[in-house]
Design a protein around this ligand. Structure first.
Ligand code: DX5
Ligand code: ZN
Length: 220
C-alpha cells in the first residue's frame, strides 16, 4: 500500500498565529496546504480569499491546493494561478461547462480537479475523467471542518479507483472530510492518494505525530 500525501487544511489552524502554524505543518511532514475557499452561497459558511492566500503563498514552500466551494469558480482561475496555486478543484455541482473550466485551469499550469459532494454520483465524472489530474470526493457535506466521516463514501472510493484503473489513467483521488488515524488505513487501501485533514491534525498537540499516523497509519 503506497503512502498517501497529506494535505493539511488551514480551516482549523489558529489564524492569529498563521506563520507559526505554516512552519509547524512543514516541519511535521505535511505535503500540501489545502485552502478551503467558501462563498456563503454554495456552502453555508464564509472562509477566506485572495488576500489570505497571498499571505500564505509568501510563507510556505508546501504546494497550495485550492478547494473552491463557490458558485463562480471560473473567476478565480487566473488570480489563483498568479499566486502560485498548484492544485485547483471546483465542485461539479456549481458549473455548466466543466470541460471548458478544466482546460482553462490546466492551461494556466495548475492541476485540475473536480470535487463531488457525498450525494453527487460518480457518473458525473465519466466524460471528463481523462482530462482530470485529480478527483476530490467529499466525505462530509462541505462547509465546516470537524464533522464525522460519511461511511458510504468508502465504497465510492473503490468504485472511482476502478473507473480510473479501467481507463488506465493516473488520476489521483483526494478524500476530504472527517479523515483521522482511525480511518486513514481503510481510505488508502480503497485507493486514496491524498488525505485532506483539518481538525484531526490541528487538535493534536504534536502535528508530526498526527501527520505520521495519517501517512503510515501507525495505530490503525
Ligand atoms: C469542508 C472542507 C474540508 C475541511 C476538512 O468543507 O472542504 O477541507 O476543512 O475538515 P476536517 O478534516 O476537520 O473534516
Ligand atoms: Zn476542502
Amino acid at each position: 500500500m503506497a503512502e498517501p500525501l497529506v494535505a493539511a487544511s488551514i480551516l482549523s489552524a489558529d489564524l492569529s498565529r498563521l506563520g507559526e502554524e505554516l512552519q509547524a505543518l512543514a516541519s511535521a511532514g505535511a505535503d500540501i496546504l489545502h485552502l478551503d475557499i467558501m462563498d456563503g452561497h454554495f456552502v453555508p459558511n464564509l472562509s477566506f480569499g485572495l488576500p489570505l492566500i497571498k499571505a500564505v503563498a509568501g510563507k510556505t514552500t508546501l504546494a497550495l491546493d485550492a478547494h473552491l466551494m463557490v458558485t463562480n469558480p471560473a473567476d478565480y482561475v487566473k488570480p489563483f494561478s498568479e499566486l502560485g496555486v498548484r492544485y485547483f478543484s471546483f465542485h461539479a455541482e456549481t458549473v455548466w461547462h466543466s470541460h471548458r473550466l478544466i482546460q482553462d485551469i490546466r492551461s494556466k499550469g495548475m492541476k485540475a480537479g473536480i470535487a463531488l459532494n457525498p450525494g453527487t454520483p460518480l457518473t458525473s465524472l465519466e466524460d471528463v475523467l481523462t482530462e482530470l489530474d485529480f478527483v476530490l470526493l467529499m466525505s462530509v457535506n462541505p462547509g465546516f471542518s470537524g464533522q464525522s466521516f460519511i461511511p458510504s463514501v468508502l465504497p465510492k472510493i473503490s468504485r472511482l479507483k476502478q473507473m480510473i484503473t479501467d481507463r488506465d489513467l493516473n488520476t489521483l483521488i483526494q478524500i476530504d472530510g472527517g479523515v483521522t488515524d482511525q480511518n486513514a488505513r481503510q481510505l488508502v487501501s480503497a485507493g486514496t492518494d491524498i488525505l485532506v485533514s483539518a481538525s484531526y491534525i490541528f487538535n493534536q498537540p504534536d502535528y508530526s505525530l498526527a501527520v505520521g499516523k495519517l501517512k503510515r497509519c501507525l495505530q490503525c
